[in-house]
Design a protein around this ligand. Structure first.
Ligand code: FAD
Length: 295
């Protein structure tokens, strides 16, 4: 069992984000892709949480099975918008009792806005959840960072201040995906200027299909560079070419991030590992992972 903060201090980590499967078929597919992922031996895997609490048990079960059965350090995502304080306390107590050490404390996307009244003691922001996770056990706590600023924030400066506030208590941040190394460097510089020097792990999403690009950009509000959108659009009828472009672009970004001295690379895999494996192989990271002693 390992805390992600300690892993980041020891080496440049490679990590993956997974979704809990929605059906038996998806579960079987995930098992076979997890077998292939063993080639990469990620330092940790984070497991997403349904914004409305819809994956409460499925997230829990995948976190526990990765850690127990596959000996992979697991990080449980948890979204406070989905739950009452009492529910969050129960979820965290269960993780603590099962030896899960890493939690990504999120707000999630709530069906309420900043003016919606909450009962006394309920949680509105991820920073509130960070405090609750801290009070619930000896967890290593991560938070989300948004290089381009979060879409709900009044402006970038305010979003940076809120992020800095989260990182006073949290151990590390993992970013939303982005497309240019300068976006990451600006985020880290802004945090330094606010007195924060916690590790910030860049999130990388290989664009492996037109559908992925359209869907993720729409969901996250992250602007897609015009040049990339044009290349992908020109190859729209050739899925292999779109995949090749996606891997090429992400490999270049990861190389620049590694040159900049990032603490790790976190891949948004969407439960498909071919691109992550191809990128890591191109960067020599798959071999490095394979050479590491088994836990
Ligand atoms: P917060 O930090 O609470 O910020 C949300 C907004 O409120 C921002 O605009 C911020 O500027 C503002 N804000 C923060 N604090 C304050 C304050 N004190 N006063 C006023 N305004 C404030 N979503 C899921 O549903 N499930 C997942 O598993 C999931 N995983 C993710 C993993 C990563 C690495 C990332 C980057 C995002 C993930 N998300 C996930 C998406 C995330 O939940 C959304 O982006 C959500 O809208 C914001 O979450 P947050 O934790 O950044 O919220």
């Amino acid at each position: 069992m390992t805390r992600v903060l300690d892993l980041l201090a020891a080496r440049t980590c490679v990590s993956v984000e997974l979704w809990p499967p929605r059906s038996d078929t998806a579960a079987a597919r995930l098992e076979s892709t997890l077998d292939r992922l063993a080639l990469l031996a990620p330092d940790f895997a984070s497991i997403t949480y349904g914004a409305a609490g819809s994956t409460r048990d499925r997230t829990h079960d995948l976190v526990v099975s990765l850690q127990r059965d596959r000996h992979t350090t697991a990080m449980a995502h948890l979204a406070c918008a989905a739950h009452t304080r009492a529910e969050l306390e129960a979820i965290l107590a269960r993780y603590r009792d099962e030896g899960i050490e890493n939690v990504l404390a999120l707000r999630g996307d709530p069906p309420l806005d900043a003016t919606t009244a909450l009962e006394d003691g309920e949680l509105r922001h991820a920073s509130d959840l960070v405090e609750l996770v801290r009070a619930s056990g000896p967890f290593c706590v991560a938070v989300a960072a948004h290089p381009a600023g979060h879409p709900d924030a009044p402006d970038l400066a305010a979003d940076r201040r809120y992020l800095a506030r989260k990182l006073v208590s949290a151990d590390l941040a993992i970013t939303q995906f982005f497309f240019g190394v300068e976006e990451y460097l600006r985020l880290v510089d802004d945090l330094h200027a606010l007195g924060v020097d916690r590790p910030v792990v860049p999130g990388v999403m290989p664009v492996t299909s037109v559908r992925t690009l359209d869907r993720m950009a729409a969901l996250s509000g992250v602007p897609v560079p015009a040049a990339l959108a044009r290349r992908v659009d020109a190859a729209r009828d050739d899925p292999d070419e779109v995949y090749r472009i996606g891997v090429e672009v992400a490999t270049k970004l990861c190389g620049e991030l590694l040159d900049a001295g990032v603490p790790g690379l976190h891949f948004y895999t969407m439960n498909q590992f071919a691109a992550t494996l191809d990128i890591c192989s191109a960067l020599g990271l798959a071999k490095r992972a394979a050479a590491r002693p088994a836990p």
